[in-house]
Design a protein around this ligand. Sequence first.
Ligand SMILES: *[C@@H]1O[C@H](CO)[C@@H](O)[C@H](O)[C@H]1NC(C)=O
Ligand SMILES: *[C@@H]1O[C@H](CO)[C@@H](O)[C@H](O)[C@H]1NC(C)=O
Ligand SMILES: *[C@@H]1O[C@H](CO)[C@@H](O)[C@H](O)[C@H]1NC(C)=O
Ligand SMILES: *[C@@H]1O[C@H](CO)[C@@H](O)[C@H](O)[C@H]1NC(C)=O
Ligand SMILES: *[C@@H]1O[C@H](CO)[C@@H](O)[C@H](O)[C@H]1NC(C)=O
Ligand SMILES: *[C@@H]1O[C@H](CO)[C@@H](O)[C@H](O)[C@H]1NC(C)=O
Ligand SMILES: *[C@@H]1O[C@H](CO)[C@@H](O)[C@H](O)[C@H]1NC(C)=O
Length: 579
Amino acid sequence: MRTVTFLRSIVLVVFLMECVAQVKSDTVNHTKGYCVWYDQCTSGNKALNCLYNGPAKNLTDSKGVKLLDDLCPELRGQHTCCSTKQLMALSKNLQTMSQLTTRCPACWNNMRRLYCQLTCSQDQSLFLDPKDIAPLGDGRFMIIDIDYYVSPQFKQGLFDSCKDVSFPGNNEKVLNLLCGTTAEKCTPQKLLTYMGSTQNGFAPFNIFYPDKLIENLSWMNKTIFKCNQPFTDPQTNKTAKTCSCQDCATSCPVLPPPVPQPTPRKIMGLDVLTFSLLVTYIILLLIFFPISIICTMKKNNKRYALVPDNSQANLKYSGGSYPSVSSNLPELVDSPPGLCERWGSKLESVLRHWFTKWGVWCSYHPYYVMGACFLVIAIMACGLFRFTVTTDPVDLWSSPDSIARKQKEIYDSKFSPFYRTEQLIIRSTHPTPGGFKPLNKKWVPFGSIFHKDLLIQALELQNHITNMKVPFGDSNITLEDICFQPLAPQTKKCAIQSIFQYFQNSNATLNKCLTMMGHDCNKPHKADFNAYDYHTHLLFCASSPTSVRDVNFKEPCLGEFWRSSQPKHCTRWLHRHCV
Ligand SMILES: *[C@@H]1O[C@H](CO)[C@@H](O)[C@H](O)[C@H]1NC(C)=O
Ligand SMILES: *[C@@H]1O[C@H](CO)[C@@H](O)[C@H](O)[C@H]1NC(C)=O
Ligand SMILES: *[C@@H]1O[C@H](CO)[C@@H](O)[C@H](O)[C@H]1NC(C)=O
Ligand SMILES: *[C@@H]1O[C@H](CO)[C@@H](O)[C@H](O)[C@H]1NC(C)=O
Ligand SMILES: *[C@@H]1O[C@H](CO)[C@@H](O)[C@H](O)[C@H]1NC(C)=O
Ligand SMILES: *[C@@H]1O[C@H](CO)[C@@H](O)[C@H](O)[C@H]1NC(C)=O
Ligand SMILES: *[C@@H]1O[C@H](CO)[C@@H](O)[C@H](O)[C@H]1NC(C)=O
């Protein structure tokens, strides 16, 4: 019953939304110098812009002018279609983008341009077409969806400049974060579509990027910065460096073409080695085969004496009479024993004689023998004095003269030392496994470590370690002074890999619980029920760890160590230095 009511209300809401959004804007004047929007009509994190189809306005507010000059220097001194409020929202949204693309100035500048032109260009109406608008009630309209006509060349150029940029926080391509799919499957269109979709959790409204022009509109076709060519960075007026090979495949040094291998010589379709081996084999065969046949035939004509090895032992005493000697006599031989046989028997008797003497001597002098043995063993074991147990994993795993080890030592001596992972393993003694039951679905089992009280304790421990202060000299040292900070110097958050990063290490987020309709579980509404809590968030994040937003739980999965605001005057940074 509850479900039915709930579904009905969803249908109703969707239906209402459709009605509102169907006010289509056929009447927009697409003229140079004209806007499609100005200022924001709603407030909050994801404010919508107001429809305004008039001439661009002079931005006079000093805060707005400063933001415009910093963010969109190419629009400096022009009339704009954006108010100070919009510029503040733009600046906030671009902050994340700049953190992601900071390693490659060309990519960052292209992204920046895309959004500057969208938000502020005075000729906005030439390439923007409001798709869906909704009345606000006071005569104004807000824009819900918009078509942004970006030329195919710009789309491709933007994609090309960003496609190889890696994100230092997790050594992935940033496209994994920006494209909604993996970097390999990303295309220019997919990239823009995902970045402009409200599904990504950031975009306040949907921005569509059509690939065909319609009447009265033209492409936004600004020049694109290439990641393998230096250019003058509009934000700093300085020459921006080309992106490193790691972040831009086209700027990698071109390898010399491989020297063509000489084609191997062939004899009768076989290479030289095989052929010569074959010939040798055949020759040897031809020599030895007849010889061995001749030998066998000769042998069959001769007769040798067959003397059993231990003929003496076979002479057993059997009930009073010795076996007749004559039957044990060796057969008659045609030839005397050969040289080898005579030498062999001589050697055998010498050895027997010598070892017998040795054995007898030893058994008469046991103390000398044992003493001598101890002495020899003691001398051999002298090395034990220098015995040490290797416990350093580096020494265990790599030989001191391996190339990798030597190179790492040079690296350590020239740059800051490498970081090493420290682990804390927490085991649950809780007797029962955890789990939860989503609505109308089967029970989802979780391990016994996932009981909330345990998680809260573990989080407290982690936060305690992070906040620990250790007196050192006349100051205190914290974890931040020694930990690995992937995004230093903009954010000093340590890279801690734990599931609490999915909750940004916040107790409040871990305890969060939302109902089906997105309300707090503690203040339920009528016909509503608990639906999303840390279980669902964990399941979501485990399948897309870099997601910037779990749509149901309304929290990101990305860890704390990359989400932080960028210092005001640091517009970009290369290799950890602020420029
Ligand atoms: C668009 O605005 C310009 C400038 O005000 C005006 O000359 C033109 O007639 C308008 N076009 C339409 C279709 O309203
Ligand atoms: C905008 O206004 C300022 C002063 O309010 C004025 O100095 C400036 O010339 C104006 N800009 C344009 C392009 O009209
Ligand atoms: C294009 O502009 C002309 C006048 O500038 C106008 O009459 C026409 O309706 C516009 N076409 C569309 C599809 O908006
Ligand atoms: C966009 O600009 C580039 C050069 O800047 C030019 O080659 C291309 O033809 C332009 N595209 C369109 C659709 O105007
Ligand atoms: C860049 O140069 C322009 C004029 O060439 C100047 O107006 C602007 O202030 C400069 N910007 C910076 C950040 O130096
Ligand atoms: C170090 O930390 C202790 C306790 O947290 C505090 O009392 C002390 O003032 C700190 N010392 C310095 C130099 O900050
Ligand atoms: C974390 O949340 C739990 C449950 O709301 C609460 O009992 C606990 O005191 C909180 N811990 C901290 C450190 O705030």
